[in-house]
Design a protein around this ligand. Structure first.
Ligand code: ZN
Length: 238
């Protein structure tokens, strides 16, 4: 178990695979199996091609996130918050499962956005995905913004889009305040996840990694746990 009083947590796809959410980059991942799907996640392709948008909306309608339930890993992080030891829950996931498990939305910093909301790329208006779904079901392949006619897109970060600076700042702040940085289910190969590890290490904050696969930070971690996340986390926090 971790006895620190202030813990910053970073989660990646690995915490949600036990909930049935596919890991995009892993061995069974969507992009590994179907590289063409990657066009849906490229902002330039999305903006210029109605066909790509129609494909993306079809994909969203059947996304695994809608029916997924949190697992013991997500619930362990709710317990960490209940104990008053969580400085922030930074996630690379867009599935909303931390909030569904009961984590306070104010503590969850979604680096890559969320599938539960939709943004207008023209006027910036944000609406719940649930407001768009009936229009898809009524046969509109590419619903436009009802305010300005602009292109709608799920409120996730596509390739070519910048991250939300406010979310990044909150993630940095949560890391700086911590005594321990706990990285869970993330390969730590992409920015900003890797950058947050550097920030922690440079500040002398010990790094604990829970991940089945090796990461570039394994040698710098004070503890490395490779058992399944939904088993490892409950043991770590209680
Ligand atoms: Zn608009």
């Amino acid at each position: 178990m971790i006895d620190a009083e202030r813990i910053a947590v970073l989660t990646g796809a690995g915490i949600s695979t036990a909930s049935g959410i596919p890991d995009f980059r892993g061995p069974q991942g969507l992009w590994t199996r179907n590289p063409a799907a990657q066009a849906m996640f490229d902002i330039d392709e999305y903006v210029t091609s109605a066909a790509v948008r129609a494909e993306a909306w079809k994909f969203r309608r059947v996304a695994a996130a809608w029916d997924a339930e949190p697992n013991a890993g997500h619930r362990a992080l709710v317990e960490l918050e209940r104990q008053g030891r969580l400085t922030g829950l930074i996630t690379q996931n867009v599935d909303g499962l931390h909030q569904k498990a009961g984590s306070s939305p104010a503590l969850v910093h979604e680096l890559h956005g969320t599938v539960w909301y939709v943004d207008c790329l023209s006027c910036g208006r944000q609406i719940p995905m649930a407001e768009v779904t009936p229009r898809l079901e009524a046969g509109d392949p590419d619903p436009a913004c009802e305010s300005c006619g602009g292109i709608l897109k799920s409120a996730t970060i596509s390739f070519g889009q910048s991250l939300d600076q406010q979310v990044l700042d909150a993630a940095t702040e949560a890391t700086r305040k911590a005594e321990v940085f706990l990285a869970i289910g993330t390969s730590l190969q992409v920015y900003p996840a890797a950058g947050l590890c550097d920030l922690a290490l440079n500040a002398g904050i010990p790094l604990i990694i829970v991940n089945a696969e090796p990461t570039p930070y394994d040698e710098e971690a004070t503890q490395l746990i490779t058992t399944p996340i939904e088993q490892a986390l409950p043991a770590l926090v209680t």
